[in-house]
Write a protein that binds this ligand. Structure first.
Ligand code: FEO
Length: 168
């Protein structure tokens, strides 16, 4: 292996958190579909798939570096929400926690002077800026929209949401 066991464990832990994020956004998709908000649901399904890709990025990186991937149990996500605003608030809070965790991981890579890990993690640092901004903006829009017609407009807009990097 090319870096410390401590750093390997921290990367595996981050991978688990990304799989948890996938699961969490899938639970939100299920809640939203049940409540006939198919557009918002498709947005969260897309987010869930992005989180799977994040986890696999770490999976592949560990493999490339000759590290050991260890898959742990994934915690059960929250499945009930008070409202669509509550879904977005939960997502914003979660992404802030993920950013903290990525920062800690970066601190460790810096402390161990592991340049390849630092370079690898920089993508995640940048990604978190975008994700926090996106969820923040959508939470504000949902709050402004209120229930009823405003929410239905957001629902139809999000039905056509194209995640960055997926546009053709
Ligand atoms: Fe992979 Fe939304 O953090």
């Amino acid at each position: 292996m090319m870096f410390s066991k401590k750093l390997q464990d921290a990367l595996n832990k981050q991978m688990n958190q990304e799989f948890y994020s996938e699961y969490m956004y899938l639970a939100m998709t299920a809640y939203l579909r049940y409540n006939s908000l198919d557009g918002v649901a498709s947005f969260f399904l897309g987010q869930s798939q992005e989180e799977h890709a994040h986890a696999m990025k770490i999976f592949d990186f560990l493999n490339e570096k000759g590290g050991r991937v260890t898959l742990e149990a994934i915690d059960g996500p929250q499945v009930e929400f008070k409202s669509v605003a509550d879904v977005f608030k939960t997502a914003v809070d979660h992404e802030r926690a993920v950013s903290k965790s990525i920062n800690k991981l970066m601190d460790l890579a810096i402390a161990e002077n592991e340049h390849s890990v630092k370079s690898f993690l920089q993508w995640f640092v940048d990604e978190q800026v975008e994700e926090e901004a996106l969820f923040d903006r959508l939470l504000n829009k949902v709050k402004l929209a209120g229930d009823g017609q405003g929410l239905l407009i957001i629902d139809s807009q999000l039905a056509n949401f194209v995640p960055k990097g997926k546009a053709t």
